[in-house]
Design a protein around this ligand. Structure first.
Ligand code: F6P
Length: 545
């Protein structure tokens, strides 16, 4: 048997899990009147209630022991120092440097990185302000009313999610829409009501080589040049990238370009100039609030003992659910419609980061890794897939997100949302027993044989683990803290699993194969068509003729 502390910590957790399996959440609740207080924490405006997780004080102690055994503290320090912790790409990971307030120096990665970040942030926010207020205008002197962010993955999901979340702050700003898909439908929808003279495009691509983004950007360029002439293009195209040569080749106005750095991962890039669309839509001040909320969470994560540390706790509990309780999926259920894009955002953050099966040293990962993240606004989900979550055979861990104050200026309906959220959390955790169902049916004078049958159908087994993240209101600062909470949760998990959260080799194979397949899509009779693709390619081609 190996003596290394990490394996020992995992073994201790597995053995605790085999005991916990026999203990219901009802029993945990009934056995500890102070459980709700004992298993709740608050930081950076977020209240985390994890009392409905299948964990007890011993289990929690073992989980924080796992963080120590995995060297989480040292890994955080390495990230903050700017060590190349993204080992397969030999890159530092410094998205935390993007959220430093101007007063703090040196921040993560050192003083020089801090200077570059602050200088570029200032340029980007000045540009955003000028577009927002109509100081920067189109080629014919008209203020922009539509801004189209063209990007995909991290260059789309973060801005799209944040713009929707901060919608109350967008009054008076140009309409900012995000387009991503390669088939062109997003772009076609965005351009449907757009006036070329009043439309600004932002090509957001860290690499400026991404097929989807370039295809949409070329179509947009042709649309604009077709309406206003080639000379109008520079006044209508801005870009964010690390690739200056590609921006030159595309004809992006040098004054409308913003740089990012290779130490910003795509899915961690909302905080860089990739967020320019957010700053235009919600305003530069809101963007700064977003950064300050994330920065507060960074400081909390770095300085707080694991038992009180929100991201560390969420990460450890997530690993416990996946690896010890056998729950491979995580449903994320916001009870605020403005967070409707949050599950999609988290899918990339969590699954592109930790969807790995090889450890840092190249050996097979010893544990199951990233959860399958999915979700919908919680109240809608109640009327679609909650049935399965309550009574079906597949089981999931659940994260509920709920604001105290309405994002729609409607306190009465916010109360309904809170009530629904809390009722669901209770039902998932504590269920509804056969005895409870039978008693209810008996009180309604249902005949005993029928009641017996119905009661079996009405049983909710419960024991579905739920975390609730509550906050006062969905403002920019809170959103920043919330996103950073999940970023550091993901990092914590990568450390206890011993994997690299910052590369994405799994995305590359499909990109390469697409290059190989494309000529055959154009000509299904070409030499070299793979036999397995022949009939389908031929059919598609016939339909396209
Ligand atoms: O999906 C792979 C990926 O590389 C993501 O990590 C990234 O967010 C996305 O593509 C877009 O990349 P880029 O910003 O370079 O266009």
């Amino acid at each position: 048997m190996t003596r290394d502390p990490l394996s020992a910590a995992w073994r201790a957790l597995q053995s605790r899990a085999s005991e916990i399996h026999a203990v219901s959440l009802r029993a945990l609740r009934d056995g500890d009147p102070a459980r709700a207080e004992r298993f709740s924490r608050e930081a950076c405006g977020l209240f985390l209630d994890f009392s409905r997780q299948r964990i007890d004080a011993d289990g929690l102690r073992l989980l924080t022991g796992l963080a120590d055994a995995a060297g989480l503290r040292a890994r955080i320090d390495a990230m903050w120092r700017g060590d190349a912790i993204n080992t397969t790409e030999n890159r530092a990971v410094l998205h935390t440097a993007l959220r430093i307030p101007s007063a703090v120096e040196p921040g993560p990665g050192g003083a020089e990185i801090g200077r570059q970040v602050l200088a570029e942030r200032e340029r980007m926010l000045a540009f955003a302000r000028a577009v927002r207020t109509g100081t920067i205008r189109g080629s014919a002197g008209a203020a922009f009313t539509t801004v189209v962010n063209i990007g995909i993955g991290g260059s789309d999901l973060g801005p799209a999610m944040a713009i929707e979340a901060l919608r109350p702050l967008t009054a008076g700003a140009p309409r900012v829409v995000c387009v991503s898909n390669v088939d062109g439908t997003d772009l076609a929808n965005a351009l449907e009501q757009a006036d070329p003279a009043r439309t600004l495009f932002i090509v957001a691509s860290k690499t400026f080589t991404t097929q989807e983004t370039l295809a949409n950007a070329r179509t947009a360029r042709a649309w604009l040049a077709g309406a206003l002439g080639e000379a109008a293009v520079p006044a209508h195209f801005a870009a964010v990238s690390t690739n200056a040569a590609a921006m030159d080749a595309f004809g992006v106005n040098p004054n409308y370009r913003f740089v990012m750095w290779d130490w910003v991962g795509g899915r961690y890039s909302l905080w860089s100039s990739i967020g320019v669309g957010v700053a235009i839509a919600a305003g530069p001040e809101a963007f700064l609030d977003l950064l300050s909320g994330a920065h507060a969470m960074d400081e909390h994560f770095r300085a707080t003992p694991w038992e009180q540390n929100l991201p560390a706790l969420m990460g450890l509990l997530g690993a416990w659910n996946i690896d010890c309780l056998g729950l491979p999926t995580l449903a994320v259920l916001p009870y605020d419609g403005r967070l409707r894009r949050f599950p999609a955002y988290l899918q990339q953050l969590d699954m592109e980061s930790n969807g790995k099966s090889v450890a840092l040293d190249g050996t097979p990962a010893a544990h199951a890794t990233a959860p399958v993240v999915w979700g919908e606004p919680g109240n809608n989900a109640q009327h679609s897939f909650f049935q399965m979550l309550h009574q079906g055979t597949p089981r999931a861990a659940l994260d509920f997100l709920v604001p105290a104050r309405s994002s729609a200026g409607n306190p009465a309906q916010a109360e309904l949302a809170i009530g629904n959220c809390l009722a669901q959390a209770e039902a998932f955790a504590y269920g509804w027993s056969f005895e409870q169902a039978s008693a209810e049916l008996a009180s309604r004078k249902i005949p005993p044989e029928r009641a017996e049958l119905l009661a079996r159908h009405k049983v909710h087994a419960g024991n579905r683990p739920v975390s609730i993240v509550a906050f006062e209101r969905l403002d920019a600062r809170t959103l920043g803290s919330l996103v950073a909470l999940y970023e550091h949760k993901v990092f914590t998990q990568s450390v206890v699993w011993g994997i690299n959260a910052f590369d994405q080799w799994g995305v590359e194979l499909g990109k390469k194969m697409c290059e190989e397949v494309l000529p055959f899509v154009k000509d299904s009779a070409a030499v070299g068509v793979p036999p397995m693709l022949k009939p389908l390619l031929a059919r598609l081609e016939a339909w396209r003729r």
